[in-house]
Structure formats: structure tokens, C-alpha cells
Design a protein. Structure first.
Length: 135
């Protein structure tokens, strides 16, 4: 399946963001979800490893106000809704095209194009704005 990828749990990402990581904005008073999470936040690359672009020890800046893929493309944070469950799908390089949305499935240039992310039951929950790593 073009949209399939080994799942990670969204709750794991959100717990890590809301606990020990340094956040650039404040979190809602209730338990955060990707639907309520907004603004820019930092978290470790463990939650969105992607080819050589994001490693587990990297610090990632995510903008959770971005909820759609743009023509300029970028690295997007994605989750899937399946049978009422939210499955964290991590990070994917995507761009909007006349044919729909092109997705680099593995980070190494293996692109597929789908008419819309809804075909995969995917939704964008944020955009990676920066990746920082130790030299």
C-alpha cells in the first residue's frame, strides 16, 4: 500500500513533547492531542526519524499550526485514522501537485502521488521547520 509505514503512536510523541522537552509555546491545560496542539514546539527526532534528514538524536522544531500540504513542499508530521484509532506515521516529505499530493515514502526519493491524503486516511498535524543536530 502506497501510504503504509510501520506505525508509531501519536500519544508517545505528545507525551514526550509535553513532558521533558523544551517547548517554545505553552500547552493546553488538558491532555494535548494533535487536534489541540498548536504553535511551535521542539521534540527529539526519535518521534519522526526520516532517512538521513532526521535522526533519533536530532532536535526538531515542529509548527503544529500547519494542517495541509503546500505546493512548496516540506517535511510534514502525519497521523492516520484507522478504525477510530489514531496511528502516528511520523514525518514524510510531501508536496502538492496538480495530480494531488506527492509523498516521498521512505526519504530516499521513492515518490508516490495520491489524489488526497484522505485516500490513505492520513492527515497533516504539523510541519517540520527545523532540524538541529550535534556536530
Amino acid at each position: 500500500e502506497g501510504c503504509a509505514h510501520p506505525p508509531q503512536e501519536a500519544e508517545r510523541l505528545l507525551r514526550a513533547i509535553s513532558k521533558g522537552t523544551q517547548s517554545m509555546t505553552t500547552f493546553p491545560q488538558h491532555e494535548p492531542t494533535t487536534e489541540t496542539l498548536s504553535g511551535r514546539h521542539t521534540f527529539t527526532g526519535t518521534f519522526c526519524q526520516y532517512a538521513d534528514r532526521i535522526g533519533p538524536d536530532d532536535i526538531v522544531v515542529g509548527n503544529f499550526d500547519v494542517k495541509s500540504v503546500h505546493t512548496g513542499g516540506g517535511l510534514y508530521l502525519v497521523e492516520e485514522q484507522e478504525a477510530g484509532q489514531v496511528i502516528w506515521r511520523g514525518c514524510r516529505r510531501m508536496t502538492k501537485t496538480p495530480a494531488g499530493v506527492s509523498i516521498d515514502t521512505d526519504g530516499y526519493g521513492n515518490w508516490i502521488t495520491v489524489g488526497s491524503l484522505e485516500q490513505c486516511n492520513w492527515r497533516v498535524v504539523g510541519l517540520v521547520e527545523g532540524v538541529y543536530r550535534e556536530l
